[in-house]
Design a protein around this ligand. Structure first.
Ligand SMILES: [Zn+2]
Length: 392
């Protein structure tokens, strides 16, 4: 029916690492004096590094290990954590091309090695930090999904009067590179359309809800002209509408990420084809003034981000293809399509006719198949680029 994609042939599999940071609030007063000594030790090492212009672990250990133990009262492992921590700070200052002022350490922040400097027990929600038993009083609600992760280093930080333990956790994920199947995802203002060459499903976006909240905020600003800045009550209402708009998009994007991965699994696909956002932005640039378009771009970024995040988590691959004309080209013959009623497109050359979102998915699917099949020659495919989830 459609242009048959060539059989894609990527071989083997690769081991990739999923990394998360779990932020937990802890309750302990006994840590204070120790943290102070650590911070003093870290400042001392940092100064020493600056004077001696070295980052050699061996040299630092030789010169400072005993000092940290005796003068600053740090136990063996913590003394090592302390100078490692200071070296890391020094290195990042050295490597920063703008450099600027030499770092001054103000925040209480301790680097902790797993098992030796701390342990954490997720069953009893307690942790042992440098011999001190502490209670975990706040943690993410979705903690249970990281059960099979390995506990790595942590950072103990103090913000205001509160203590937090930020634990890094890792898990090895085997990602099958050999192409079993693929699905394409087309994201636009009103719908997220996904599927393969045989079936396509459509998810209505929540962009209109977000726009609605933005409008409410804007109306208030208009109605109160200059006064809204001074009136705390109005200011708060405006702010809350903006937050609602953002939350709507955030929640939606997160859910879509999961749905896409579920759908990929259902259709036995281990590759997800997305449009290259950077190439797409230039297409929308002309209309960027309107907040509907700004929200659209935001939604677009987030949806892609969460798709990649979920894909990574479930051992699926993501590839990006050029978006150009994906929704205006005939998937059958490559001719330019013409509008034919509401969201329908028709090819005057071969008679192909379908819904525009379906056309976009078919074209992305075809492009994805092609780029996977020729990846070894063309290098048109970006490997999964993975970073720890972070707010944009
Ligand atoms: Zn055609």
């Amino acid at each position: 029916m459609l242009r048959a994609p060539e059989r894609a042939t990527r071989e083997g599999s690769s081991i990739e690492e999923e990394i998360v940071t779990i932020k937990m609030k802890i309750c302990s007063s006994a840590l204070e004096p120790l943290a102070e000594r650590y911070l003093a030790g870290k400042r001392f090492v940092l100064q020493w590094l600056y004077e001696h212009k070295t980052t050699s672990l061996k040299e630092v250990h030789k010169a400072l290990y005993e000092v940290l133990r005796e003068k600053f009262g740090l136990k063996s492992k913590l003394a090592q954590d302390c100078y490692r921590d200071a070296i890391a700070v020094y290195k990042s200052w050295l490597e920063n091309p703008k450099k600027g002022r030499f770092p001054v350490l103000r925040n209480v922040s301790l680097w902790l090695t797993p098992k030796l400097s701390y342990t954490v027990d997720f069953n009893t929600m307690t942790a042992k930090i440098l011999g001190e038993e502490v209670k975990i009083v706040g943690y993410p609600h979705n903690l249970s999904q990281y059960k099979d992760f390995k506990v790595k280093e942590a950072r103990l930080v103090k913000r205001g009067d509160n203590w937090y333990l930020n634990v890094t956790m890792k898990k090895k994920v085997q990602v099958e590179k050999q192409v079993k199947g693929l699905i394409a995802v087309d994201i636009n203002m009103d719908f997220i359309t996904l599927g393969n060459d045989k079936q396509v499903i459509e998810i209505p976006t929540r962009l209109h809800d977000a726009v609605h909240f933005k409008k409410l905020a804007e109306n208030l600003q208009k109605r109160y002209q200059k006064r809204w800045r001074e009136n705390k009550r109005i200011l708060n209402r405006i702010r809350s509408f903006h937050i609602k708009a953002r939350n709507v998009i955030q929640d939606f994007a997160r859910k879509v990420g999961k749905w896409v991965v579920d759908e990929a699994k259902r259709l036995n696909a281990n590759y997800i084809v997305l449009e290259d956002l950077n190439k797409m932005i230039s297409h929308v640039k002309g209309l960027k003034k309107d907040y509907r378009d700004r929200l659209y771009l935001m939604q677009y970024r987030r949806v892609q981000y969460w798709i990649e995040w979920q894909a990574k988590k479930h051992g699926l691959n993501v590839i990006y293809v050029k978006p150009a004309y994906s929704s205006t080209t005939c998937p059958k013959c490559g001719n330019k399509l013409k509008g034919n009623g509401y969201r329908m497109l028709k090819c005057e050359k071969c008679g192909f006719e379908d819904h525009r979102d379906y056309v976009a998915v078919c074209n992305l699917y075809g492009r994805g198949s092609l780029s996977l099949a020729t990846a070894s020659q063309m290098r048109d495919v970006n490997p999964n680029q993975w970073e720890e989830p972070s707010p944009f």
